[in-house]
Design a protein around this ligand. Structure first.
Ligand code: G3P
Length: 220
């Protein structure tokens, strides 16, 4: 399972990339606004230089012609750009066009299995179902992931990777892995939570304490 970080914060991306566990980055207009950066293209260029894997950069318009123009600008930033488009008829038209020319595309704002089928037919590299936002309205985000994984698994012609988005907790990540989802894009705070277990902290404190009693050091 691949781990992407869902942020446009450069210092967070650098810190997490240094762990060697990061396979990519996803951004969206809200995350870019939150980052406070005033030059979107430069921000994305910097991210693509930090992380080798796919970096999702989202178009800002909603009509086909303008989205297509924006997508071409974004695709030129670096080889590891995945252009992010919304799951609308115009967005999928852009997706079909870009994917036919070898550009990676992440189709975002997916909330149903029917939409995920359309994204796969449009040749999306990734489809992003938003689990947390479904949970927020009383539907099961993870049931949608299970459905999409089953449907994609039934067709060898569907190459689209399931990118679990709107992740809110470590359990979302574990459930997604259990279902065989290809990728989870995870906020930095949740990535940090993945490392944590009280018994790890307690056990480590005990080992450190007991080691001191031996009076030894390991040569470095
Ligand atoms: O990048 C899209 C998605 O992960 C957004 O998550 O928490 O705003 O629903 P959230």
């Amino acid at each position: 399972m691949k781990f992407f970080v869902d942020t446009a914060d450069l210092s967070e991306i650098k810190e997490l990339a240094a762990t060697g566990l990061l396979d990519g980055v996803t951004t969206n207009p809200s995350l870019v606004a939150k980052s406070g950066h005033s030059n979107f293209i430069e921000l994305i260029r910097e991210i693509t230089a930090i992380v080798e894997g796919p970096v999702s950069a989202e178009v800002a318009s909603t009509d086909y012609a303008t989205m297509m123009g924006e997508a071409q600008t974004l695709a030129k930033i670096a080889d590891n750009i995945a252009v992010k488009v919304p799951l609308t008829p115009a967005g999928l038209k852009v997706c079909k066009n870009l994917s036919s020319n070898g550009t990676m595309v992440n189709v975002t704002l997916c909330f149903s299995a029917a939409q995920a089928i359309l994204a796969a037919k449009a040749g999306a590299t990734f489809v992003s179902p938003f689990v947390g936002r479904l949970d927020d309205i009383g539907q099961s985000g993870m049931d949608l992931i299970a459905d999409i994984c089953a449907i994609y698994g039934a067709y060898s012609s569907f190459d689209t990777q399931v990118l679990v988005a709107s992740v809110r907790s470590p359990m979302h990540v574990v459930d997604a892995a259990r279902m065989g989802a290809d990728v989870a894009t995870i906020p930095p705070s949740v990535i940090r939570q993945l490392f944590k277990h009280p018994l790890t902290d307690k056990g480590l404190a005990q080992f450190v304490e007991d080691w001191k009693k031996t009076g030894q050091t390991i040569p470095v």
